[in-house]
Design a protein around this ligand. Structure first.
Ligand code: AMP
Length: 281
């Protein structure tokens, strides 16, 4: 597997693959890879001739008080995981390779970025859309893979690709969880042993909400209240948001009369964790 640090190097390699008539899949990540990321890479390897994994902690998607500096990194372990999983190239640029000194162009969005994480993290999706657009331009993939773990991000990227006529198929992949239900996340490493135990409250609330909706409950308020009550019982947990939105528009919608996304962000101590379920109708 190739480790590439430059945009030019990625471009030359991808051009060569395309000259040979090979298809290219892209898996954008911020590194510190786990089985969640690996499931995306596996799927990409199954569906494309060559797979590029990007490993870049994107500074412009972090707010000033967020965890950019402390975000975990381990390039050697990431390289091994990508190689074992069958990726062809790991793109790990430095910040100044992606953002030259006078960088001033951003991809910004309305609508789908208004609620949920867009509300608590005002500049987040502008940073995500900008870096993903750049990665799409650098790699020019046929398909790109995103986890449902970040469901709003998946919706945002699908809208961006549609709105800007990007010729890329976006593939959404299911949430991979620990045995006790906690969604796998690079940020789980921040948790102390006690916090790790407490963190299971997120998936407990998600599973309960999902069960209610599957059993026919259509009152969003009831579902959300039950979920909030479960989280409130855990002293180490502090709710950022627990919300139900229409899956197509990501607008608040408290009735299960169409496909909905039920999403939450919860602080366990200082660590902000997210989880969700989608109910398709
Ligand atoms: P990140 O490195 O956290 O930016 O994540 C990179 C990609 O991996 C995103 O598309 C995430 O949604 C996806 N991902 C992260 N954790 C999981 C998980 N537990 N299950 C499925 N996909 C995930």
């Amino acid at each position: 597997m190739i480790l590439e640090k430059t945009v030019k190097g990625v471009r030359e390699q991808v051009k060569e693959w395309k000259r040979q008539g090979l298809t290219v899949g892209l898996v954008p990540t911020m590194g510190y890879l786990h089985e969640g990321h690996q499931s995306l890479i596996k799927r990409a390897v199954e569906e494309n001739d060559r797979v590029v994994v990007s490993d870049f902690v994107n500074p412009i998607q972090f707010g000033p008080t967020e965890d950019l500096e402390s975000y975990p990194r381990d390039l050697d372990a990431d390289f091994k995981l990508c190689e074992e999983t069958g990726a062809a190239l790991l793109f790990n640029p430095e910040v100044d390779e992606m953002y030259v000194g006078d960088f001033v162009t951003f991809v910004d969005m309305d609508g789908v970025t208004k609620e949920l994480c867009g509300k608590s993290r005002p500049i987040h999706f502008r940073g995500v859309c900008t870096v993903v657009s750049k990665l799409f331009n650098i790699v020019t993939p046929d398909k790109a893979y995103f986890g449902q773990k970040d469901a709003q991000q998946l919706a945002v990227i699908r809208h961006m690709v549609r709105d800007l006529n990007m010729d890329i198929e976006i593939v959404g992949c299911p949430i991979i969880r620990e045995e006790d239900g906690l969604a796998k996340s690079s940020r789980n490493t921040y948790l102390s042993a006690e916090e790790r135990k407490a963190a299971v409250v997120l998936s407990r609330a998600i599973f309960k909400g999902q069960e209610m909706v599957k059993a026919g409950e259509t009152d969003g308020e009831k579902v959300l209240q039950t979920m909030k009550d479960i989280i409130s019982e855990e002293p180490l947990a502090k709710i950022d948001y627990v919300e139900m939105v229409a899956w197509d528009s990501i607008e608040v919608h408290h009735s299960v009369d169409q496909s909905v996304l039920v999403a939450m962000a919860v602080y366990i101590g200082k660590t902000r964790l997210i989880d969700n379920f989608i109910f398709e109708k």
